[in-house]
Design a protein around this ligand. Structure first.
Ligand code: ADP
Ligand code: MG
Length: 789
């Protein structure tokens, strides 16, 4: 058992370009706790924070200032926890802080650069690397990904759902067994046999998370996401299994609302926006208090799920993420305060070892068989568990003879066979309790005879009574023994049932529905990921509306939108990087092949050399065949050298492969985000058009999604020196861009599907964008016109 307080770290997010830094300082002492000092300016101290104080000092295990990189965060915080998990302990890492302070960046990572990978992908990489190195055990790994929003749990890893809303995902509910263990019903546990499969699952979950989020519910800042890696390990042939879980938790934004109106409020009076964080704080306060017997875990789903991670069987680390610009000083202070309370909590992590009842039964059965064999060898007789009919009759006879025998020294000898001894006792007991008339006679006759002969001898009677008592005791002991054996057998049976029931509950509740899918490896290989991505590429929202097909106009608009989207630069960058990496991999592949053939060549030369020397030995036997051959030695050394360079290149090759896969996933993600943004923008556009069909396109009246502003900015900033009009007769579909000059200040009103005034900017690129956009719009109008007719 390892008793430890929760390790609490702080990470300060780099300031944005327009942000002003709040005043803070980091005091980093080697081997000691680091401290963070925040100074509140007087003007700020007035409203929200207790205005009596100006500086606040907080202690942390370690503080990572603005420039800390993701690999350092992983090495210092996540790696030790991952090591514990591999050793069979439970682990949890959770990020806590206000929205925008870098929780998701820290836990999952940024979407732009490979080096921005967060704790989850790095941990997966580390875990699978370690598992591969350890061949002494058989490991199995599963992952699950749960999102909790408004007290409802959703399974983010259900591949059958193409969710466009959170509510479309399978609902996860909490169940508690009689030992108060928490089980999550409906949360799928997906097996991942290697890093690639696990990363694909993470990507699937993140995509579902992103798609399910709408601007309305702001799910990402209001929900908690728990990515869990389940590791089980077993030594071959052993009945002991170690199971451990690693929760990687991205909590909801911890921002609070202050009570307004009265100045000088204490910070603690401010209330969380998110109720479940309020319950988390209550749990933490309760845990930090001594002598508290009741900890209110059950108040919320999140505290129930994280029950073990807080004050239980777990190695836990918390990362307080701080956005330290001036406006967020108060939130940063409350994050730090929360962290200080968390740092007081002691956890007791124990090794999660259990005996697999099925394996235990197999072992016991084998032991029984061995003993039976041994017995057979000693007695020379075969033993079955039941006595044969013949043996039973023999025993009945022996018992009768024994009872009839008046000789007090007579014995009942059935041999060294427990089955027979037991039978005799049971039979005699039955005779005592329910004697048949003949038996009764037998017994009474015996007794009367004895009474006759020993009437005077009270002592003899006492002796007999003692004997009877003794037998009674013996019978009782044997019956107890029997009962115990029976109970053991029942227990074993129960355990077997329980384990099979448990596994069925697990299978059902965690809905590992294998029939519905192929094996995860085939499903989530890189190829699988691409299949999946092509299916989500279908723009779920639009395709639902248009019955599966995207109109040409919509596609065109999407092309324009894509070009102007802020993320297009990221895509381009990543594309370039991917190209580079592909080229590198290709080059490495060629080199690897070269080295391999070189090694083969060298080997061939050695063989050749052997043959030559053997021939030499035959022709001139005086030559010593085993003599040291410097040429061969040199060849061998060359082979070693080549092997070394092969190994280095191969490792680089492997690393590049992982990086390429990651980059591909990142790009898919950005693309998906762009599509989602487009859908939102497009549907709003369509809605606006429906509401105001008679309005003319004026760039200032179009509802524009932020990403689209760029191209439209030209419109508002450029003077409309040349406003053009497409004549409806000439070009109803907008195919021909013949244009006529008109009054620049004119705001024309035109009927549906007729001419549209198009302001051009003079910038050929922007003009092309506008025309494409207008065309798309016009098509909508036309389609609407047709529908109305
Ligand atoms: P949260 O999940 O707490 O709401 P995010 O992780 O989404 O916050 O971070 C908000 C923004 O800040 C994102 O664009 C993210 O990329 C960026 N960011 C956060 N932390 C860092 C960091 N340490 N370095 C660089 N960018 C960061
Ligand atoms: Mg976030």
């Amino acid at each position: 058992m390892v008793k430890e307080t929760i390790r609490v770290y702080a990470r300060v997010k780099p300031l944005g370009r327009r942000q002003q830094a709040g005043s803070y300082s980091v005091d980093d002492e080697e081997d000691l706790l680091s401290s963070l000092e925040i100074t509140v300016p007087r003007d700020l101290a007035d409203g929200f924070v207790n205005n009596k104080r100006e500086t606040y000092k907080f202690k942390f295990q370690k503080i990572f200032d603005q420039e800390a990189k993701q690999d350092v965060i992983f090495d210092s915080i996540a790696k030790p926890v991952a090591e514990c998990v591999l050793a069979g302990y439970n682990g949890t890492i959770f990020a806590y802080g206000q929205t925008g302070s870098g929780k998701t960046f820290t836990i999952t990572g940024g979407a732009e650069r490979y080096s921005d990978r967060g704790i989850i992908p790095r941990t997966l990489s580390y875990i699978f690397d370690q598992l591969q190195k350890d061949s002494s055990k058989v490991y199995t790994t599963h992952v699950s990904y749960l999102e909790i929003y408004n007290e409802c749990g959703y399974d983010l890893l259900d591949p059958r759902h193409e969710a466009s809303r959170l509510e479309d995902l399978p609902k996860v509910t909490i169940m508690e067994d009689s030992d108060q263990n928490i089980h999550l019903k409906n949360l799928s546990l997906q097996q991942a046999t290697n890093e690639e499969e696990a990363l694909n699952l993470l990507f699937l979950g993140d995509t579902n998370r992103m798609i399910a989020e709408t601007p309305m519910n702001q799910a990402s800042s209001r929900s908690h996401c728990i990515f869990t890696v389940h590791v089980s390990s077993k030594e071959p042939g052993s009945a002991t299994i170690r199971r451990s879980k690693l929760h990687l938790v991205d909590l909801a934004g911890s921002e609070r609302v202050a009570k307004t109106g009265v100045g000088g409020h204490l910070l603690t009076e401010a209330k969380y926006i998110n109720l479940s964080l309020h319950y988390l704080e209550q749990v933490i306060i309760a845990l930090a208090e001594k002598n508290r017997s009741h900890i209110p875990y059950r108040n919320s789903m999140m505290t129930s799920v994280l029950r073990d991670s807080l004050g239980g069987n777990c190695m836990t680390a918390m990362i307080a993420t701080l956005s330290i610009d001036k406006r967020n000083i108060d939130e940063s202070i409350s994050t730090c305060r929360f962290a200080q309370r968390v740092a007081l909590i002691k956890n007791e992590a124990v090794l999660n070892e259990e005996i697999d009842p099925r394996l235990m039964i197999v072992q016991l059965k084998k032991e029984i068989q061995d003993l039976k064999d041994e017995l057979e060898l000693v007695t020379g007789k075969q033993r079955t568990s039941e006595l044969s009919q013949e043996e039973l009759l023999q025993l009945d006879e022996l018992i009768e003879m024994f009872l009839k025998d008046s000789d007090p020294d007579s014995t009942l000898d059935v041999g060294a066979d427990m089955r027979k001894i037991k039978y005799c006792f049971i039979h005699m007991k039955q005779l005592m309790n329910h004697p048949t008339t003949s038996d009764k006679k037998l017994l009474s006759q015996n007794i009367s005879e004895e009474e006759d002969t020993n009437k005077e001898s009270g002592e003899e009677l006492e002796k007999l009574k003692d004997l009877l008592q003794q037998r009674d005791n013996e019978i009782n002991i044997l019956v107890n023994m029997l009962k115990k054996e029976k109970k053991k057998a029942q227990d074993a049976l129960f355990q077997l049932n329980a384990s099979s029931a448990c596994s069925t509950v697990l299978e059902q509740s965690l809905s590992i529905n294998l029939e519905d899918r192929q094996s995860p490896s085939s499903c989530f290989s890189l190829k699988g990921a691409k299949d999946f991505s092509s299916s989500v590429h279908r723009l779920p929202f639009l395709s639902r509306q248009t019955g599966g097909k995207m109109s040409l106009g919509c596609q065109e608009a999407f092309e324009v939108f894509k070009r102007d989207h802020a993320d297009s630069i990221t895509i381009e960058d990543n594309k370039q990087l991917l190209k580079q990496r592909f080229a590198e991999v290709k080059c490495l592949g060629v080199k690897l092949n070269e080295v391999r053939s070189k090694i083969n060549c060298l080997k061939g030369e050695i063989t050749q050399r052997h043959i030559q020397r053997a021939a030499l030995a035959v022709s001139s036997p005086s030559e010593e065949l085993n003599m040291f051959d410097p040429v061969e030695e040199k060849l061998r050394m060359q082979i070693e050298e080549e092997k070394k360079s092969y190994k280095t290149m191969f490792n680089r090759f492997k690393g590049l492969k992982v990086e390429i896969e990651h980059l591909q996933l990142l790009m898919e993600k950005v693309k998906m985000k762009m599509q989602k943004d487009f859908e939102v923008w497009w549907s709003e556009e369509a809605k606006n058009l429906q509401e105001k069909p008679e309005m003319v396109t004026s760039p200032n009246t179009v509802t524009v999604y932020p990403q689209f502003i760029k191209s439209l900015q030209h419109l508002s900033t450029n003077s409309f020196s040349e406003i053009t009009r497409v004549s409806p007769n000439e070009d109803p579909a907008g195919k021909n861009n013949s244009i006529t000059v008109s009054n620049p200040t004119l705001k024309t009103r035109t009927p549906q599907s007729s001419s549209t005034s198009i302001p051009l900017t003079g910038d050929s690129q922007a003009d092309a964008d506008i025309l494409a956009f207008m065309k798309a719009r016009q098509r909508i109008l036309q389609r609407k016109g047709l529908e109305n007719k």
